[in-house]
Design a protein around this ligand. Structure first.
Ligand code: GLV
Ligand code: MN
Ligand code: MN
Length: 399
C-alpha cells in the first residue's frame, strides 16, 4: 500500500527537464514510455490485469474486463517544462484509491479499470486528448495518422514503432462500451480552491477551447545586406499579431487567447525569416464568441501582414465545445463528498472528450500556487492524500 505522495516520489526524476525546468514527457518519448512501464508495474503489483488497446490507451482491470465498468484515470504525458501533477496525480491517485479500497475490504459490485490516455496535452502531435479522441471517434482517423511531430515523424509511424497497428487505430466501440462512467481526478489548474476551504472540488464544466495555426510568409533574406525599408519580415508581423491576439481577447469578457509557440523558418540569428508559424490557443464558454474572436484575430493578422509586405494563412487544428459534466453523476459524487465545492475549469481533459459519449465527471485537488503548465504547479502532500481518499470514497460509492 502506497500513498499518492510516495507514488509521485518514485517518478520524480523521470523526464525532468534541466533546460526548461519541470518535466518534459511528450507521448512515446523515453520519459513517457518509462512512466507507462512504471504504471504497468504498479498495476500488476496490485494484481490488476493490464492491457493496451489499439489506440495506445492502457487499461488496468480490477475484475474482468466488462461492459459498463467504472473507469478512472488520467494521463502521463506533459507539456514542455510542465509540473509534476498535471496527469500523474490522477494516475497515482487511482492506484492509491485501489489500495485504500482493498484495505477497506471493499468487494466491488462490478469491475473497475484505471486508464492512462496517451497525448492528452497534444504537446507532440498538436491535438490534445488524441487518445480519447481516437477511442471515441472525435477525430477523423486519417487526420490523426497524418499529424506529425516537430521532427516530421507522423503519428502513424510513431504509433507503429510503439507496437500499434495504424490500420487499427481509431474508434473502438468495444472499448468505449466498457466505460459505464468515467471519473478523472486532476490537479486544479487555477485559483479555484482557497487555502482555508476544502481541498477537493467536483468539476462542473470545461471551457470550450481550440487551437489554430497562423503561418506568416515573408521574404527570407540577409540580415546585413537588406535595408530596413526593403524587408518583408514575418517576425515583425508575428510580434504585432501576438499583441493583436492579446487585445482581441481582452475585448471579449471571459475569453482567453494565448500564443505559446512560434517557429521562425529557417531560424538563424543573421537570417530574416521567410516564414513564421505560430500557434494560437483560444477559449470561451460560448462557441459563437470564439468564432467571432478568431475572425477578429485573423482580420487583424491579415492587415498586419499586408502592412509588413507579408501574407498570412490560418488553419484550425482542433476544437472542443464547452462541456458540462453529467449532472446525475456529478450530483451523486457531490452526495458522496458533501462540502466539496463545484468548480468549472478552463483546462481541457480526456474526461471532457469522453463526456460526449459516456457519463463523465471530475474531481479537482487544490493547487495553492494557482499555477499550472509550469514547474511551479503544486499540491501539498496532505491534499494529494485527501484526493486519493476522496477518489476511493467516490469509486466505492459508485461501484
Ligand atoms: C490541457 O491541459 C489544456 O487545457 O490545454
Ligand atoms: Mn495539462
Ligand atoms: Mn491534464
Amino acid at each position: 500500500m502506497e500513498t499518492v505522495t510516495q507514488l509521485l516520489h518514485s517518478i520524480q526524476d523521470v523526464g525532468s527537464d534541466v533546460v526548461r525546468g519541470g518535466y518534459s514527457r511528450p507521448v512515446y518519448s523515453t520519459a513517457e514510455l518509462d512512466l507507462r512501464s512504471w504504471f504497468i508495474d504498479q498495476a500488476r503489483q496490485r494484481g490488476l490485469d493490464v492491457e493496451t488497446d489499439r489506440n495506445g490507451i492502457i487499461w488496468a482491470w480490477w475484475g474482468k474486463p466488462q461492459d459498463g465498468a467504472l473507469v478512472t484515470g488520467s494521463h502521463l504525458d506533459s507539456v514542455p517544462g510542465g509540473g509534476a501533477f498535471d496527469g500523474p496525480l490522477g494516475v497515482a491517485s487511482a492506484l492509491a484509491a485501489v489500495d485504500l479500497l482493498k484495505a477497506r475490504g471493499t468487494v466491488p459490485g462490478r469491475s473497475l479499470a484505471i486508464t492512462v490516455f496517451p497525448e492528452e496535452e497534444g504537446s507532440r502531435f498538436g491535438v490534445a486528448c488524441l487518445g480519447s479522441r481516437l477511442l471515441t471517434g472525435a477525430i477523423e482517423v486519417n487526420k490523426a495518422l497524418n499529424l506529425h511531430d516537430a521532427d516530421g515523424n507522423t503519428f502513424a509511424d510513431v504509433a507503429r514503432s510503439n507496437g500499434l497497428d495504424p490500420r487499427h487505430v481509431g474508434p473502438d466501440q468495444e472499448a468505449l462500451a466498457r466505460i459505464g462512467e468515467f471519473v478523472e481526478l486532476h490537479v486544479e489548474q487555477g485559483k479555484g480552491l482557497g487555502a482555508d476551504g476544502p481541498a477537493i472540488a467536483v468539476g462542473s464544466s470545461i471551457l470550450g477551447h481550440g487551437r489554430w495555426k497562423l503561418s506568416i510568409h515573408g521574404q527570407g533574406n540577409h540580415a546585413g545586406t537588406t535595408l530596413m525599408a526593403d524587408r518583408a519580415d514575418p517576425m515583425v508581423a508575428a510580434a504585432q499579431i501576438i499583441v493583436a491576439v492579446r487585445d482581441a481577447a481582452a475585448r471579449e469578457p471571459d475569453a482567453r487567447a494565448t500564443v505559446g509557440r512560434l517557429i521562425p523558418v529557417p531560424g538563424g540569428t543573421n537570417v530574416i525569416a521567410s516564414r513564421v508559424d505560430l500557434w494560437l490557443d483560444a477559449r470561451h464558454p460560448d462557441d459563437a464568441v470564439t468564432a467571432r474572436l478568431i475572425e477578429a484575430i485573423y482580420a487583424a493578422a491579415r492587415e498586419i501582414a499586408t502592412r509588413e509586405g507579408c501574407s498570412v494563412s490560418l488553419t484550425e487544428e482542433s476544437y472542443s465545445d464547452t462541456v458540462h459534466f453529467d449532472p446525475d453523476l456529478s450530483r451523486r459524487i457531490s452526495g458522496i463528498l458533501p462540502g466539496a465545492p463545484v468548480l468549472a475549469t478552463g483546462a481541457g481533459h480526456d474526461a471532457g472528450v469522453l463526456a460526449g459519449y459516456v457519463p463523465s465527471a471530475m474531481l479537482f485537488v487544490r493547487n495553492p500556487s494557482g499555477i499550472s503548465h509550469s514547474p511551479e504547479e503544486y499540491v501539498a502532500d496532505e491534499d494529494a492524500d485527501a484526493g486519493a481518499v476522496a477518489l476511493a470514497d467516490v469509486l466505492e460509492g459508485l461501484l
